[in-house]
Design a protein around this ligand. Sequence first.
Ligand code: 13P
Ligand code: SF4
Length: 332
Amino acid sequence: MSQAIAAAAGTASQEWFREVRELAARRDALILAHNYVRPEIQDVADHVGDSLALSRVAATAPNREIVFCGVHFMAETAKILSPDKTVLIPDAAAGCSLADTIHVEELRAWKALHPGAVVVAYVNTSAAVKAESDICCTSSNAADVVRSVPADRTILFLPDRHLGEHVRRVTGRADMEIWQGQCHVHEGIGGDVLRARVEAEPDADVLVHPECACATSALSLVASGAVAKDRVRIVSTGGMVDAARRTGAGRVLVATETGMLHQLRRANPGTVFEAVSDRAVCPYMKMTTPENLLTALREGRDVVEVDSAVAVKARLAVERMIAIGSPSAGGE
Ligand code: 13P
Ligand code: SF4
């Protein structure tokens, strides 16, 4: 157990913390946690990060088991990358409303309309959709992934429309079709909400996840002079932690799921971090609880399985993604 992990034990019951760590050691299990899960789960994990960082750790971890505290597509991605490892998720019902916006049959029909197009799939998709895609991306490397596609090829970008619009804006890519999916949590953080918060806190920095409905409005606020350009960053959850470490601002407004605040406050205790919307809570990310994490480690469940033929195809798309972009490449 690292010193940082031991120091964090104060945020949860010492007994629970110790049992989780002991069971993980006994099982040779690595505990990964996404930035949105409950604070006590983040504190007990070996690694906390964004989708790309956690995929990278999962791909190279020497452990026999991975316990993924996050949502199902993330655990599935870990299994795709590490087929010989046992991957556990404390609650297999932890889904993702964004991943649910495209089914593999819909993707096949879309591809049929655009023969020869390159399919770029956000990792927030099922294994079956990944298997039908050419390359995956996360919010942290989406722009680099799109830039890696030869300019004369049409891109089918899926499933998030706000991330797609953001990437199109950043890369200037014209020939890019965007699936009109969205995450219900980030869809709720709209331009009006952001504008009101920025007007009330004119000196605050602003961090915006590119899945947010307000991502375009954030840039309009810059264009209108309501907020200075260097105060706004549109980045992945990992990019937010990097920005938090570097900021000199006294206050930072954060447009994403509220679980993010825990890592930001740990990264920079001298700055005040506030959610743009307190209602931006992902119910799926909160499905990992102290109780079911303990059960997962005691009983070895829920086991994540991916059909081997699907996994082989999906792995190609995920491995291409992992090879592109530095961990802090950002979506800007
Ligand atoms: P990140 O890749 O930025 O961690 O985002 C994952 C996610 O599910 C956002 O809702
Ligand atoms: Fe999916 Fe949205 Fe939850 Fe992220 S915040 S896991 S995109 S439902």
